[in-house]
Design a protein around this ligand. Structure first.
Ligand code: ARG
Length: 462
């Protein structure tokens, strides 16, 4: 078969067993890297011509061919072939069909090892940018919800027991902070992914006068890798992305869990819109919080994907090993899971009906003001530990009487301390939140300020 000579030889043509091919082919999923692969090939070909390593005419044909291939893929007309194993060989073989012999010059001074490392870094950088943008949209939705309900007071919880009154907006701003740290982790990951591997070759570098800085700047990388062995063996940037995504999903899962709890009859703080709930096939009254439940449930997938990449890497000798191909599916799955979860929660938040009267009465009817009563005694001169004991006794008494703190008379208060005076009856949830006037506290003026600063932070980062 003389015409085989100038074709990309498929692994099966070289004698690879069909079953081995089926086991090792990655084209079914790594086709997702086509844009990054083509962009890297274009930058590489330009550099090869500029350096006089390949003829300018050939580089020209290569660039034209790669452009056409990108369009074929985008139109869904590209003939993907499993026997060509991965995205690199599929594109190169198609290039050969299109432009003939010149295609054979593209792989000069390159290996699939530095090629895939480059594609993966480009992919992760893009995924970090997408994650940061999606997080910002969810943060905006949180601020909108907080601003629309600035006066709502709810019981804050510890141990899932009503603890102290807080502003609902203050509670939402806690999620804003978590998401802010998540953004920071993706930006950190991005900064370490931002390094060009091309030029490392298979592992030792290549015997051609490359201009690596040129390729880096064509592709938007801010620097080139410093060690060729590390460049092809390293997937830390995938680990970092998975770790950042696992933490972000953990936060989204906590938010989802609160949506599930708060929309239950037991809490009744939120009502979910019909557009984001499902009914039951048997119980006509149900409005199930499926979206929040699935967000909570999918978090486990992100954790699993983090463990998968860490485990895959831990025993690998340097440099490239085929195991590294296993970095892709878990990464793609995490990117899809994370972005979809951020998107659906961003859509859900503005559709929530906030039942602020239920929140406020839950705060008022409970013993959430007990700390305020103790602080009252402290202001009258009692040491805090003693005040704590007096109020503990008071609460036990009230519970026994089946009364809330508001339901007690001044005479009843005085049984526990003579320091109680008429003004103790004026303590209420609004006074309680207003009193927490420290930086980072839940006093309305502090929360209004925090909302303003949060808006500014989003604006500055954009
Ligand atoms: N499909 C491979 C991967 O994802 C590309 C690199 C293959 N290199 C090799 N020497 N077989 O890792």
């Amino acid at each position: 078969m003389p015409e085989q000579k100038d074709r990309i030889e498929s692994p099966t043509a070289r004698g690879l067993d069909e079953r081995a091919l089926k086991y090792s082919a990655s084209i079914a999923y790594d086709r997702r890297l086509y844009r990054h692969d083509i962009a890297a090939s274009i930058a590489h070909a330009r550099m090869l011509a500029k350096q006089g390593i390949i003829p300018g005419d050939d580089a020209h044909s290569i660039l034209r061919g790669l452009g056409e291939i990108r369009e074929e893929i985008e139109r869904g007309e590209f003939p993907f072939r499993e026997e060509l194993e991965d995205i690199h060989l599929n594109i190169e073989a198609r290039l050969q069909e299109k432009i003939g012999e010149a295609a054979g010059r593209l792989h000069t001074a390159r290996s699939r090892n530095d090629q895939i490392a480059t594609d993966m870094r480009l992919f992760v950088i893009e995924a970090c940018d997408d994650a940061v943008a999606s997080i910002r949209r969810l943060q905006t939705a949180l601020l909108d919800l907080a601003e629309a309900n600035q006066n709502a007071v709810m019981p804050g919880y510890t141990h899932l027991q009503r603890a102290q009154p807080v502003l609902f907006a203050h509670h939402l701003l806690a999620y804003f902070e978590m998401l802010d740290r998540d953004s920071g982790r993706f930006l950190d990951c991005r900064s370490r992914a931002d390094e060009l591997p091309l030029g490392a070759g298979a592992l030792a570098g290549v015997p051609y006068p490359l201009d690596r800085e040129f390729v880096a700047s064509e592709l938007g990388f801010s620097r080139v890798s410093r060690n060729s062995i590390d460049a092809v063996a390293d997937r830390d940037f995938v680990v970092e992305f998975q770790a950042a995504a696992a933490a972000a999903m953990m936060h989204l899962s906590r938010l989802a869990e609160e949506i599930v709890l708060w929309s239950s009859d037991e809490f009744g703080f939120l009502r979910l819109p019909v557009t984001f709930t499902t009914g039951s096939s048997i119980m006509p009254q149900k409005r199930n919080p499926d979206v929040a439940e699935l967000a909570r449930g999918r978090t486990g997938r992100a954790y699993g994907n983090l463990i998968a990449i860490l485990t895959m890497l831990k025993g690998l000798p340097l440099a490239y090993n085929r195991d590294l191909q296993e970095d892709k599916q878990p990464l793609f799955d995490t990117v899809d899971t994370l972005l979809a979860t951020l998107e659906v929660l961003t859509a859900l938040l503005p559709a929530l009906e906030v039942r602020s009267e239920r929140m406020e009465s839950a705060a008022a009817e409970s013993y959430a003001l007990a700390t305020d009563v103790a602080d009252y005694l402290v202001r009258k001169g009692m040491p805090f530990r003693e005040a704590h004991q007096a109020v503990a006794d008071l609460v036990r008494y009230a519970e026994g009487e089946g009364k809330s703190l508001r339901g007690l008379s001044l005479e009843e208060y005085r049984r526990f301390s003579p320091l109680f005076e008429h003004d103790v009856l004026a303590l209420d949830v609004r006074a309680s939140v207003a009193a927490r006037d420290v930086p980072g506290g839940t006093a309305p003026s502090r929360v209004a300020e925090a909302l303003k600063l949060a808006r500014e932070r989003l604006r500055d980062e954009a």
